[in-house]
Design a binder for this molecule. Structure first.
Ligand code: ZN
Length: 433
């Protein structure tokens, strides 16, 4: 028996070929069947569902290509510090106070914020992944989950075994919405031998690897001093160029790194707000786009970025890049809007599943209103979306054709309960004793 068809009408729908005016998107079994131009869609059958978004624009849902969702619990608790003491003296001690169940609530809180911002897929690196997976399952969103792996704790082998076990149990779960990768934290919290073992495990499991790479100048200098190669060079040295790789940050790239991308195309998660706020620098975004690298945008965790508003992330990626290069033209708004959806999907090899509104892809769709104060008049939709809009413009969110959010209401998550629990846990985490 075929499932009922959903017809999503909007003022205009953004497809890989541009906006289709007055389009109707035909959705069946959670997938886009076809995008019909104005007046061309067939008449719906009585059992069909119609979602008429009126003046809203329909866009592909955003892909947050790097975050630590549960860090939502640590918003604003230790700002304005260098990365090293911030991580070791503040974040890690607070995380050590997390109790079972806290990560579930923290991830739920992040999901409220991500859904309201139009993020339909997120790429997470954290621990207690069964709790993260539960939040994904109940929220209806899509995710790529990776357990953070470090060797400095002395539990590296055990953590890798747990991550492999999580992959076997969870890959493809939540009706295919959960993908699991392995996620060694960074070259400076692991060893080359361990990274090599992670790569071997990933290839044996048939999955990818997500890692923080070249975030600070010091990280690159230390890696060169210790191993004679940059962090990206180290990836190739230990064989991590032989399975899908997602490199979060890629701020400090050498000429050799850029040259290596001629025959190696790792995904890159660009986190402009976190990088700028932590004073780490700015990834060479325009250059990476010129090289046609699979480039996605990420928020990083709220402990460093303070917000999961993906519209802020888009703005920061342009402002930061132009501030760093002095070039007022690149990257442009259309490139960054593309990176926010299709680019992120490509960076984690989900481009055959999501990231665009096209036949055969999941109906991961967002309705955005460009009406109201601060948005009108709209001379150029892409310009207004990227340079003027905030998350408040997002009115409708669907994943796999299922409504998750409509006009400020969460249809799968209990906003009141989640915010109350998150506030309570947050207070405990930063308590002095
Ligand atoms: Zn991160």
């Amino acid at each position: 028996m075929s499932s009922p068809t959903l017809w999503v009408k909007s003022a205009a729908t953004l497809t890989p070929d541009g906006f289709v005016e007055g389009a109707t998107v035909q959705v069946a079994a959670g997938q886009v069947v076809r995008v019909w131009a104005s007046g061309e869609a067939p008449t719906p059958k009585p059992a069909d569902e119609i979602l008429d978004l009126g003046p809203q624009l329909l866009l592909p849902g955003f892909v947050n290509s790097h975050t630590h969702a549960a860090m939502n619990l640590l918003r604003g608790f230790s700002d304005d510090l260098p990365l090293d003491p911030w991580l070791h003296q503040h974040v890690y001690p607070a995380e050590a106070r997390l109790k079972p169940g806290d990560i579930l609530w923290g991830t739920r809180a992040a999901l409220l914020e991500m859904i309201a911002s139009g993020i339909t897929t997120f790429v997470d690196m954290y621990f207690a992944l069964d709790e993260v997976a539960q939040a994904v399952r109940e929220s209806g969103t899509r995710a790529v989950l990776g357990r953070g792996l470090i060797t400095v704790s002395g539990r590296g082998e055990e953590a890798l075994a747990e991550a492999s076990d999580f992959h076997r149990r969870t890959q493809g779960s939540a009706d295919g919405r959960i993908t699991t990768w392995l996620a060694p934290h960074a070259p400076y919290t692991t060893t080359p031998d361990y990274l090599q073992a992670v790569g071997e495990a990933a290839r044996a499991l048939g999955t990818g690897v997500h890692i923080h790479l070249s975030e600070t100048r010091r990280e690159v200098e230390d890696c060169l001093a210790a191993y004679g190669v940059t962090p990206f060079g180290l990836m190739r040295k230990v064989g991590l160029d032989r399975q899908p790789l997602l490199a979060a940050h890629a701020v400090h790239l050498t000429a050799d790194d850029l040259e290596s991308f001629s025959d190696w195309r790792p995904g890159i998660a660009h986190n402009p707000i976190s990088n700028l706020k932590m004073g780490c620098g700015m990834a060479p975004v325009a250059r990476l786009l010129e090289l046609a690298m699979p480039l996605g945008l990420g928020t990083d965790g709220v402990a460093s970025a303070n917000s999961l508003d993906f519209f802020l992330t888009m703005k920061a990626s342009i402002w930061g890049a132009r501030g760093a290069t002095g070039d007022p033209c690149w990257p442009n708004a259309a490139q960054i809007l593309h990176a926010a959806s299709a680019g992120g999907a490509r960076a984690v090899e989900l481009h055959k599943k999501t990231g665009a509104i096209a036949p055969g892809l999941a109906a991961d769709l967002i309705g955005v209103s460009l009406q109201g104060v601060g948005l009108e008049p709209v001379h150029d939709r892409i310009s207004t979306l990227v340079y003027s809009a905030t998350a408040a413009a997002v009115k409708t969110v669907l994943v796999d054709g299922k409504l998750l959010y409509q006009d400020g209401a969460f249809l799968t998550l209990d906003q009141e309960a989640i915010l109350a629990h998150a506030a309570e846990i947050g207070r405990r985490l930063v308590a002095k004793n």
